[in-house]
Write a protein that binds this ligand. Structure first.
Ligand code: ATP
Ligand code: IP8
Length: 249
């Protein structure tokens, strides 16, 4: 099994509120179904999640304003998820959207339903979203965190994060033309990240990738604008970043 995270930066234009990248997302799905393996998809928020979350100061304390934001962000995420669900259906992949609020309650997580659906050949489709952290606090659970939880449960052979850059660089490649792609990230690599979203940006992602790799699972970050690279994983021509436990801390 492969767990795939469709990053918000590839499935949406992260700078323009609710701009879905239909062609790019469809191209990735087409490539995925050609891989001879089962997969589970988790997706991120991009401009359907992060813009309003920032505006309504989420995650944060429960107030009338933040509760409004809670509903808006959840509905926007649902909208994005339905678009992806319909694309999957177009390629005959039956799926069921599972929001974070159905997984986490009262500080307890329950992923049992994922196993059930998966065993029935219905792909659980989950995504970063808002949830009630406790009586006073509204949380945001990132799609990357869901990927980690699912990795512990399903022990997939690979976890692939798909984003809009070739991998992890020593600094943001969108700002610095001399940024260098780090093919393997280990404790000797120091990279800089601009924290430009509410769930920690690329640094948050790297921390999760490292945690997953410590489960003994090879973890990749690749560029979804070139979905054919999905077929190059573990191949000499692979372009992307791999994080795995042998790579060090
Ligand atoms: P989402 O969290 O919405 O699902 P995502 O999973 O696609 O999005 P981001 O958190 O947006 O991922 O991270 C990718 C972005 O991180 C890139 O668009 C890039 O501009 C930015 N970035 C900043 N620093 C770096 C770096 N050192 N290496 C690679 N990308 C970086
Ligand atoms: O984009 C957060 O999930 P991520 C989604 O996977 C929201 O970090 C609602 C901002």
């Amino acid at each position: 099994m492969i767990i795939v995270k469709l990053g918000g930066s590839i499935i949406t234009d992260k700078n323009k509120y609710k701009t879905f990248r239909l062609n790019e997302t469809e191209n990735i799905i087409k490539q995925l179904i050609n891989i001879n393996d089962d997969f589970i998809i988790v997706h991120g928020g991009g401009s359907f999640g992060h813009i309003m979350a920032k505006k309504y100061k989420l995650p944060g304390k429960l107030s009338e304003k933040s509760l409004n934001g809670y509903t808006i962000v959840h509905n926007d995420m649902l909208e994005l998820s339905i678009k992806i669900s319909n694309l999957l259906l177009k390629y005959n992949i039956n799926n069921i959207g599972i929001p974070v609020s159905s997984i986490i309650y009262n500080n307890k997580k329950n992923y049992n339903i994922f196993k059930k659906y998966f065993s029935m050949n219905i792909m659980p489709l989950s995504y970063g979203d808002v949830y009630l952290k406790n009586q006073n606090c509204l949380g945001i659970y990132s799609g990357d965190n869901i990927v980690y939880d699912l990795s512990r449960i399903f022990k997939p052979e690979k976890v692939i994060f798909i984003s809009d850059v070739d991998g992890i660089y020593d600094k943001n490649p969108k700002k610095y033309s001399n940024a260098k792609l780090l093919k393997i990230v280990n404790k000797n690599n120091n990279f800089k990240s601009d924290n430009n979203d509410v769930t920690g940006g690329i640094m948050g992602k790297y921390k999760i990738m490292k945690k997953i790799s410590k489960l003994g699972i090879k973890t990749y970050l690749i560029n979804g604008f070139y979905p054919q690279r999905l077929n190059l994983i573990d191949n000499n021509e692979f372009i992307g970043t791999v994080v795995w436990s042998n790579a060090g801390d």
